[in-house]
Ligand binder design. Structure first.
Ligand code: APR
Length: 235
């Protein structure tokens, strides 16, 4: 039976594809206020600004491709059962060929109704922009299918269930600043190896990381694949 590999990814996973991370001097949050574009209050105040922000993110996503890190994770499916739990709202894991992806923070290429959260629609590259006045079938304004700060994370329970079953756990490209995603590490069973891939030091409050690969996503996943395929769980 294949081992169960669960991977938690963050913005750094897509950095080498050309998408900005959130924190740090070149991060998205240094150019935009979270309060304005990623909270329910921001949406109440100025929905146009919020729609413009996510329309711009969609246009960026169309310009980029999965990097070798995304591809490497997809190819690990030949030797492992793989589940990716991502904080990213891009679809680069899917584009690379990963089959099981849990999007904790929503999906950029989807919008949903503001009166019924179960009414979710895919946007297409041809009709990517959402505008004021675009409504669901019940007549309510459409909003980005994104989990904003201050909102519940509906898929966290599903993610916890997978993390609890992991034989190997991997963290890639997240500063582990945002909960509940960062708290997933606490659900890894004792004795399970936990690899962290990041070119920068990351503060692992859980103390669960056992192996650090201090590299970017592409090189880091290459090294991880070598280690895992060699059946060697140590550094
Ligand atoms: N490869 C791997 N990791 C990288 C790379 C790279 N090439 N470049 C940068 N990183 C790392 C950074 O060192 C940092 O640890 O990616 C991490 C990015 O951290 P954040 O910008 O905080 O992004 P993330 O952890 O995904 O943010 C979590 O916060 O703003 C919200 O909802 C948003 O999902 C996001 C959540």
């Amino acid at each position: 039976m294949k081992k169960y590999l669960v991977v938690l990814t963050g913005a750094g996973m897509s950095a080498e594809s050309g998408l900005a991370v959130f924190r740090g001097s070149n991060g998205l949050w240094s150019g935009y206020r979270i309060d304005d574009v990623a909270t329910p209050e921001g949406w109440e105040r100025d929905p146009q600004k919020v729609l413009d922000f996510y329309n711009a993110r969609r246009r960026e996503l169309l310009q980029v491709k999965p990097n070798d890190g995304h591809k490497g994770l997809a190819s690990l499916e030949s030797d492992f059962d793989v589940c990716i739990v991502t904080q990213n709202v891009d679809n680069l894991h899917e584009q690379a060929g990963s089959h099981r992806v849990i999007h904790l923070h929503g999906e950029l290429m989807k919008v949903r109704s503001t009166c019924d959260e179960n009414l979710i629609y895919e946007v297409t590259p041809e009709h990517m922009d959402t505008r004021i006045g675009d409504v669901c079938e019940k007549g309510s304004q459409l909003r980005p299918h994104i989990v904003w700060f201050g909102e519940a994370v509906p898929l966290i329970e599903a993610a916890i269930e997978e993390v609890e079953k992991a034989d190997i756990f991997v963290v890639i490209g997240t500063s582990l600043n945002v909960y509940p995603a960062a708290g997933l590490l606490r659900y890894v069973r004792k004795g399970v190896p936990v690899y962290l891939i990041d070119p920068n030091p990351v503060n692992d409050m859980s103390g669960r990381v056992t192996h650090v690969i201090q590299k970017g996503a592409s090189e880091g996943v290459k090294e991880l694949s070598r280690i895992l395929r060699g059946g060697n769980d140590s550094k």
